[in-house]
Design a protein around this ligand. Sequence first.
Ligand code: DOR
Ligand code: ZN
Length: 346
Amino acid sequence: MTTLVIRRPDDWHLHLRDGAALRAVLPFTAARFARAIVMPNLSPPVTTTELALAYRRRILAALPAGAQFEPLMTVYLTDHTPPEEVARARASGRVHGFKLYPAGATTHSELGVSDVRRIEPVLERMAELGMVLEVHGEVTDPAVDVFDREARFIERVLAPLAARLPQLRMVLEHITTRAALDFVLGARAGLAATVTPQHLLMNRNALFAGGLRPHHFCLPVLKAEAERAALLAAVTRGESRLFLGTDSAPHARHAKEAAAGCAGIFCAHAGIELYAEAFAAAGALERLEAFASHHGADFYGLPRNSGTLTLTEQPWEVPAHYPFGNDELVPLRAGERVAWRLTERA
Ligand code: DOR
Ligand code: ZN
């Protein structure tokens, strides 16, 4: 039986929701990850430092007894975010980034930014203070093919922005394409990207395998096999600008299994185990630790965690669903096997 011991990892992109949903999903993340960058796309969104600090307190209150977990908060940018918010966020010591959702790009992004030029003074302030911009990198132009929205965003928005503000630190979240890899790996200093387990393990065929599969729908949408293979090759060769971000995004079953199902894949129940599968498939298990536990902390200027996780190659069957408030949550691989198991935390 193969086992792997790694330094305790962090999740650099996570949706925890609020209320009963938060209480349902938080234990999965806290059992695995020491810290997580918590997305601010609640309804209404977390648009100020004050709201982020209040949300942080609700997360801490929802932690299971004895859990050791630190939520790293983010603030949701709107067209009206004042530049002064950046200094408030920095001074809090609890807010670690601002999230850019192009308005209309994804779940709860309606109040996002209509044009980055409108928030240029905020971004300038972030560059000055070294605050990280987390980016949902997709154009919203309905004329652009849904599979091309990430590449077009890089050309139209991200590359010009990176050039205009050379000091701005940015994480391109949940990348899905060779275009994103080429951009991030070839760009100036201060740019990085997160990669989800779903985009390492599945291609777009998974959306249609045996029928329409709403639980495989997320944004950015799964891409072609060549894109998936390129992502896996890049993370498993140890690129230090790439790090773990599950983008675990829970939605109630009825909201997914609908005529217009919500985007988001819940994967926190196997949030490190699924990456172990991907790295093992590429014969690069020894590279998992740096991707999961070093690169992100180094980019954000935070200490690496102490403590370890032990992962064992020992298949287990994922439940068909988990409780989710008054509803049900269908996890990735529901009713199927995950090849790796979390066997110890020290
Ligand atoms: O699939 C997604 N789900 N992509 C996002 O960008 C948002 C997320 C969510 O909040 O459900
Ligand atoms: Zn997300």
